[in-house]
Unconditional design. Structure first.
Length: 268
């Protein structure tokens, strides 16, 4: 699943093209792309105006007033503006004269028309704030992290603790903060936990500036272009390569069922 920078790139692209647009037509081409919806999506969306394009963590939605169109990108979801020849179009929409296509090769993603609670769609209501939100409380989040007894890598991936951080940016933030992924979260000092959240924010802002991280054609922005932050990664996917701080070959281990890349010399 795309992480925060990739979803924010998509959000900004949609905002530039469909903000204040009105749905004129919607066609669901694959039932999984609108699973959980009892009423035909066209009946719900046609005539609705997009008043904002929002995101929390990895989760994206089009604000329609009291309700929202929740967009879950899954592993391969793409929101493409304009005509496309992709054989994996799952939903076609027309928004104020523009084509908006939901392309999803693996069909794990979906669109869902849903009410909002406190300004977020129901499926996102349990998700914690992310480090790029203006009202993100890093001190309180650091305290919450330190109450967990799991490995810090697993805690960073818990979207109910802090959202937006996935496997790539967890490895990058831990490397930048000099913290081993296996270290118990409860062993961190408050200043270490705050520094780790600062590192996560910095890494994700740098990734956002480079269009996100693309390893294949499954993640692209609304114009079909890939991000190139993969060239700047310091830890993720660099097993056996020298640490850019100390030269020690990076190791790959499994933490909480997820591959983790780190330096055994300068991450403690």
């Amino acid at each position: 699943m795309p992480e925060l920078p990739e979803v924010e790139v998509v959000r900004r692209g949609l905002e530039a093209h469909v903000l204040d647009g009105v749905f004129e037509d919607v066609e669901v081409l694959h039932p999984r792309a609108n699973r959980g919806q009892d009423v035909p999506l066209a009946d719900l969306l046609v005539g609705a105006r997009i008043t904002a394009v929002r995101r929390r963590g990895k989760y994206l939605w089009l604000d329609l007033g009291e309700d929202a169109l929740y967009v879950h990108l899954g592993m391969s979801g793409q929101m493409l503006i304009g005509p496309t020849s992709s054989p994996h179009v799952r939903i076609r929409a027309r928004v104020s004269g523009r084509d908006l296509n939901f392309v999803d090769q693996r069909t794990f993603g979906r669109w869902l028309y849903t009410p909002q609670v406190a300004g977020v769609p129901v499926p996102v209501a349990h998700i914690a704030r992310d480090p790029l939100e203006a009202d993100f409380d890093r001190v309180a989040t650091a305290r919450l992290i330190r109450r967990k007894r799991s490995a810090i890598k697993a805690v960073l991936l818990n979207q109910e603790v802090v959202s937006g951080i996935g496997n790539i940016y967890a490895d990058e933030a831990l490397w930048q903060a000099g913290i081993a992924p296996t270290r118990r979260a409860s062993s961190l000092l408050q200043r270490e936990a705050v520094a780790l959240l600062d590192a996560a924010e910095e890494v994700m802002r740098r990734a956002l500036a480079e269009g996100g991280t693309s390893f294949d054609s499954l993640y692209v922005n609304v114009n079909g272009e890939s991000g190139y932050f993969s060239r700047s990664l310091n830890a993720y996917g660099r097993e056996g390569e020298p640490c850019r701080r100390c030269g020690t070959p990076l190791r790959r281990i499994v933490v909480g069922g997820r591959s983790s890349h780190y330096c055994s010399e300068c991450q403690h």
